[in-house]
Design a protein around this ligand. Structure first.
Ligand code: GCO
Ligand code: MG
Length: 416
């Protein structure tokens, strides 16, 4: 058998992987967590959550990845990454890359614990003291949204994303029943929502006009288009929003065709962010190399872990594209913890999304990161600083839930 590094380096025996298992739990929403154990007794955990498709990743890990990990040297993070990526023959895709990310995150956790250092130290140390985050203010109409914005300001946020109900539509992306704990995944079968882009385009500039009037020029305001516009519609919105100086307009149009952003870019100076559903560097190569975006939103769990995210960030850095990692509640605290170590190091950091998890989620995933005056701070605990309370997790079994779908008024399926 070719060397897997089990005995070639000092203390490698201690690092031998002796166990790898998946924990699925639902403390308010579903999470998939990979636990890796080593002979020396050090364990590491990684997030593998893919909202609405959780069990596919759990099976990919349990049935196809975990048996391959036993006996390997946990210190060989790069080799294991390459083994799982190239070795599966079938490359890329959200299920594969979330599974690889979970392994990668758990291995970085183990390496940092063994080095007795917080993870950011292994990446090269801090580039900043705190990580600027944005929160989500949303409401059924403009006054309700502005009230939420004021509440976020009171909590200390310097950057806030605004989403509001659109007149004439029963539902709009980003507007939730519980404004603090936004959770789009609802029932076992997807909720069907009606969408009308023209109504939305008529409305959004007014939301930001009123918001700027309310908070003045300094606060960073963001908005998520959630893939619903065509490039031409996005160009039009970006232009209409220019007077209100957005920090970014996110997911203006779907990005399978990266060239689509050329049209938007040629019409507006509103900064553009994209990438929460990307899973490899290939999804954003053109966007970055042609400087068609300003922020890349890939994050640890869906983009192959720290190892791969670092490659994406380095490519982005060449073109002055900054990071703005996805941080919705469907990414577990394990992902958030790892992301904060990454954000603390990455030289071309932009901002980090921060949607608060529920108390139940936080109890299942004790962590040492903390929020203060608009910034998140990763802790100094060796590893990524997030653990899993397995006995508590066992009290919250998996609940089948899917994300909604959107249809146009005539019934045509659209992008949710
Ligand atoms: C965001 C996102 C999310 C997604 C969710 C899907 O910007 O935070 O758009 O809220 O909708 O992650 O599962
Ligand atoms: Mg988004």
């Amino acid at each position: 058998m070719p060397s897997q590094g089990d005995i070639s380096e000092g203390h490698a025996g201690e690092r031998t992987i002796t166990g790898a298992r998946v924990v699925v739990c639902s403390p308010g929403r579903n999470f998939v967590t990979l636990v890796i154990e080593t002979r020396g007794g050090v364990t590491g955990i990684g997030d593998a959550t893919l909202n609405g498709r959780e069990l596919a990743v759990a099976s990919y890990l349990e049935d196809h990845v975990c048996p391959n990990l036993i006996g390997r040297d946990a210190g060989r993070i790069e080799d294991i990454w390459q083994f799982l990526y190239r070795g599966a023959y079938w490359r890329r895709g959200p299920v594969t890359m979330s599974a690889i990310a979970a392994v990668d995150t758990a291995l970085w956790d183990i390496k940092a614990k063994m080095a007795d250092m917080p993870l950011y130290q292994l990446l090269g140390g801090r580039s900043r003291d705190g990580v600027l985050v944005y929160g989500h203010a949303n409401g059924s109409d403009i006054p309700a949204t502005l009230e939420e914005l004021a509440r976020y300001r009171e909590m200390g946020y310097e950057a806030v994303r605004l989403q509001a109900g659109v007149p004439g539509l029963d539902t709009a992306y980003g507007v939730s029943k519980d404004s603090m704990f936004y959770e789009p995944a609802g029932d076992a079968l997807p909720e069907e929502q009606i969408w009308d882009t023209r109504a939305y385009l008529r409305f959004v500039p007014e939301l930001f006009e009123k918001a700027r009037e309310a908070v003045g020029p300094e606060v960073a305001l963001l908005h998520d288009g959630h893939h619903r516009m065509t490039p031409q519609e996005a160009a039009k919105l970006g232009r209409a929003l220019e007077p209100y100086d957005l920090f970014w307009l996110e997911d203006a149009t779907p990005a399978e065709n990266q060239e689509a952003f050329r049209l938007i870019r040629s019409h507006t100076t509103t900064p553009l962010a994209v990438g929460e559903i990307f899973n490899t560097i290939h999804d954003c190569r053109t966007l970055i190399e042609e400087q068609l975006i300003d922020y890349i939103r890939a994050t640890v769990v869906h983009a192959g872990g720290i190892t791969h995210l670092r490659r994406i960030a380095d490519l982005a850095g060449l073109y002055q594209v900054r990071t703005g990692s996805h941080g919705a509640t469907d990414l577990s605290p394990v992902c958030m913890g790892a992301a904060l170590h990454f954000d603390s190091w990455v030289p071309n950091f932009g901002i980090q999304e921060y949607m608060r998890h529920t108390e139940a989620t936080d109890e299942v995933f004790p962590h040492d990161y903390r929020f203060e005056k608009g910034y998140l701070y990763c802790g100094e605990t060796p590893g990524h600083g997030v653990t899993l309370d397995e006995s508590l997790a066992a009290k919250y079994p998996y609940e089948p839930k899917q994300l909604p779908v959107a249809r146009l008024k005539d019934g045509t399926l659209w992008n949710w």
